[in-house]
Design a protein around this ligand. Sequence first.
Ligand code: ZN
Length: 277
Amino acid sequence: MSLRVLAVVLPLLLCGAGAPPDTPAPGPVRVIGSQGAGCIAGAVRLPDTQPGLQTIRLSRSAFWGHPDTIAALQLLGRRAQESGLPDIYAGDISGPRGGPLRGGHFSHQMGIDADVWLDMIPPHPVLPPAEREALEPASLVRPDGRAVDPATWRPTHITLLRLAAGLPHVDRILVNPAIKKQLCQESLASLGGDRAWLRLIRPWWGHASHMHIRFRCPDDQPACVQAPPPPPGDGCDATLQWWFDQLDQPPKPAPAKPAAPPPLPAACATILSAPAP
Ligand SMILES: [Zn+2]
């Protein structure tokens, strides 16, 4: 192989065909596309250790996002600390330029989605990054999926979820249906009637040990496709019961061939391939 050919091929071999550089795309912040197919330029990285917050699994996770996303997570850490909670653990946000994350994590493509672990069993001392690799946050949900697990469920989970719902620019927060059900029950009993925040807490499969915080498209990002808002009401109704009814249905056969992920918007090609600054 000639040196000239090697110069072209070697970066592809090292990075994997089409893999974007591991730096943010330069320029002003641009958020393009939708959660399932999008990208971001001008992303910033969540620092690994902040007051009340630690990033975990640094070798496997991605912590890049829109500046508002990063600021909101830092605010969540500070508010959690002020509320006496243990440090919160931040997981995937997005890659430095967005696009699909490795491992099939397709809903974190534009820097406006963030996973925060729900582990609230203290203490959470500040760990060196290498020790954060081995953390395995426990599920809050019973194996049958019908209720939270009393062995891991804590009142502090309500505090954390309520703080998250009160962050600026939150579109919705996805948690396991059993967690939503528990919030509905406990808020009736003990939250003094303030149920408005429950509207943003939405049930979804999985999400038994972490919440997925989805922020709204920033106002100055016309290429960011905003999903419709959650319906009015606290969601503690038949739409929540639907999820539990599904547990009683016979399992559906898996599709013969998994659906291909949707293509990225054309404007993302430039962002994903722009040379590092
Ligand atoms: Zn997520």
